[in-house]
Design a protein around this ligand. Structure first.
Ligand SMILES: CC(C)(COP(=O)(O)OP(=O)(O)OC[C@H]1O[C@@H](n2cnc3c(N)ncnc32)[C@H](O)[C@@H]1OP(=O)(O)O)[C@@H](O)C(=O)NCCC(=O)NCCS
Length: 167
């Protein structure tokens, strides 16, 4: 079976094309913080700025060497914020929970002793279940003001990475 129990999971720096794929994929998700304007329609200066930032905060997820999605690690000084997404054709198979568990090894090295947190929309059951199965624990709720395509305030569930899972 494709992506069976022996599946190899890797994390690599995105190429220029990957950066556009990540941007466009997340734009199509219509999450509260999804970009609205297509990458190709942005001014060149903006495209370069976004590409440079995504190269720093994003890592492409390789499943048996196939590019399947991305994880995002943002340094917020007090700690790191963790985000993630699977490209459309890879969703609905419980893969992200396994990816998040595998990312634990990567997080340990990358984030040193600092806390790692994540937040997802209250209605995003797939993301919530993936985080819980991947080694995060729920710490609370948070309401963020309107942003992106969302008209009203958005409620999020907040999580903290339980690094003990990997000790
Ligand atoms: C969120 C995301 C990464 C989840 O990836 P996935 O591995 O394909 O997740 P699945 O669809 O297999 O769902 C995971 C679990 O949630 C359950 N689930 C999914 N949608 C559900 C729903 N609407 N109601 C109840 N359970 C649901 C699945 O049955 C599965 O259950 P399990 O834990 O028993 O296996 C993927 O949907 C994605 O990339 N979405 C777009 C980007 C995004 O939302 N990123 C997160 C932003 S914080």
């Amino acid at each position: 079976m494709k992506f069976g129990s022996q599946m190899e999971i890797g994390f690599i720096e995105p190429s220029e094309a990957d950066v556009v794929r990540i941007y466009e994929d997340y734009r199509m998700c219509n999450e509260p913080d999804s970009p609205v304007i297509p990458f190709a329609s942005l001014a060149e200066e903006r495209r370069l700025k976004i590409a440079a930032r995504l190269k720093v905060i994003e890592r492409i997820v390789l499943l048996d060497k196939e590019k399947a999605g991305f994880i995002t690690i943002v340094d917020e000084e007090a700690g790191f914020n963790f985000g993630f997404g699977l490209f459309k054709e890879f969703r609905g198979r419980g893969l992200m929970a396994r990816i998040i568990r595998a990312a634990g090894v990567y997080l340990k090295v990358h984030c040193q002793g600092k806390p790692v947190t994540a937040a997802t929309r209250k209605e995003n059951t797939a993301a919530i279940r993936s985080l819980l199965a991947g080694g995060f624990v729920q710490i609370g709720y948070e309401t963020k003001p309107p942003c992106g395509t969302y008209a009203g305030p958005v409620e999020y569930v907040t999580f903290k990475w339980n690094r003990d899972v990997f000790d």
